[in-house]
Design a protein around this ligand. Structure first.
Ligand SMILES: NC(=O)c1ccc[n+]([C@@H]2O[C@H](COP(=O)([O-])OP(=O)(O)OC[C@H]3O[C@@H](n4cnc5c(N)ncnc54)[C@H](O)[C@@H]3O)[C@@H](O)[C@H]2O)c1
Ligand SMILES: [Fe+2]
Length: 359
């Protein structure tokens, strides 16, 4: 027996934030980061709700920590809203999701992503860092009630952020298609998400604004797929390394993904090949399709000016050596390992780590 569920109402399009008014909220608590508070965007979006009382809470940094979540939870309880709006990338959305979860409050939770992206607007996950380890909290009560995909918020995205977060979308789709929890519905979503992101990402990076909504919807579909199918080794390692090395999540996925495709290729070849063909990457024989996929990911990474190795990302071998076993242990403890198509061992993690370290 298989199950698929999507509990989030998704509203998408240019100006979609206008739908906030329809929620008839009276007390809105908006969680964002300092960038959106300073730009005035947080207040503008909150005002669209036409609520009587609005509080902007912007003490969220990239990769939120338990301490940030605890402070935010106290502020949330003190305000006692009927609606919580999370405006930002995966960090702001995850922090807000964890705050609502730990507050125990019964609120309408609205997620408005500003990157394409984590897909956190439709997932049961919130990634919270504790003492240098990124822990995925997983509970269906973390899933937002409403997701607003407003392409107007994506017009000023910096190219570097498009590249980092776009590779996260490709990693979500690729890992979901090969995950042990994949089924026909998650397969259709991951395949469509990958093909769509493959088309839109390089164009968006080059400054084409007309594809930004397509990229946003691809991000959302990839997340719907992995929320039910699971992820894999790329995300387990990226969570482990992100907590310790403090590199952006999507950039770590870009470094890891081609190598993970290669090491999973023996077990996931047919899934990868189907996805690659759907995206027009060619390869009639399975083994050729997987090789093409790996090589094209490397070429796209180069086109988006993303680092190919940890060394290129600014992490030296000397920095890495003392934390290698910590990364291995954190990877093996990460729940994303459980749905990887190949059993994850310490030896496999060390092999991938050696490959992605670079000279
Ligand atoms: N919950 C999930 O399902 C899930 C899935 C994947 C990743 N994640 C988590 O999400 C986090 C990464 O999220 P992210 O990649 O969206 O980045 P982010 O939220 O960490 O944001 C990175 C930076 O980009 C800025 N930013 C965001 N939107 C912007 C915009 N429109 N214009 C200009 N600057 C903008 C932010 O202010 C921030 O400084 C990681 O902690 C990762 O572990 C969660
Ligand atoms: Fe991710």
């Amino acid at each position: 027996m298989k199950e698929f569920s999507c509990r989030t109402r998704i509203i998408s399009g240019a100006g979609a934030c206008g739908a906030l008014k329809e929620l008839n909220s009276r007390r809105v608590f908006l969680v964002s980061d300092p960038f959106f508070e300073k730009s005035g965007k947080a207040s503008q979006i909150a005002a669209l709700s036409c609520a009587d009382q609005v509080k902007i809470y912007s003490a969220v940094a990239p990769d939120p920590t338990v301490e940030q979540v605890a402070r935010g939870t106290a502020a949330l309880k003190a305000f006692a809203p009927d609606t919580v709006v999370a405006l930002g990338g995966g960090s702001a959305m995850d922090c807000a999701k964890a705050m609502v979860y730990f507050s125990g409050l019964d609120v309408t939770f609205v997620a408005i992503p500003t990157t394409s992206g984590s897909g956190s607007e439709v997932t049961d996950f919130a990634i919270v860092t504790c003492e240098g380890v990124k822990h995925p909290l997983i509970d269906d009560r973390l899933c937002p009630n409403v997701a607003i995909l407003d392409s107007d918020l994506l017009m000023e995205l910096p190219a570097k952020l498009i590249a980092d977060t776009g590779f996260d979308v490709l990693a979500h789709a690729l890992e979901a298609c090969a995950a042990t929890g994949a089924n026909a519905i998650t397969g259709a979503l991951s395949s469509e998400a990958f093909a769509s992101a493959w088309y839109a990402l390089p164009r968006s990076y080059r400054g084409e604004k007309s594809v930004r909504l397509q990229m946003h919807e691809a991000s959302c579909m990839a997340a719907m797929a992995f929320n039910d199918a699971g992820l894999g080794l790329c995300h387990a390692m990226s969570h482990a390394m992100g907590g310790i090395l403090h590199l952006p999540h999507g950039r770590l996925n870009a470094i890891l993904l081609p190598t993970v495709v290669q090491v999973n290729g023996s077990a996931a070849g047919s899934s990868y090949a189907a996805l690659a063909r759907r995206a027009g990457l060619g390869g009639s024989a399975e083994v050729m399709a997987v090789r093409n996929l790996k090589n094209k990911l490397i070429a796209l990474r180069r086109e988006l000016n993303l680092p190919a190795t940890l060394t290129q990302a600014g992490i030296s071998r000397e920095q890495l050596r003392p934390v290698t076993e910590q990364i291995v242990a954190a990877t093996l403890a990460d729940p994303c390992c459980m749905t990887n198509p190949v059993a994850v061992t310490g030896e496999l993690v060390r092999k991938v780590l050696t490959e992605v370290t670079g000279l």
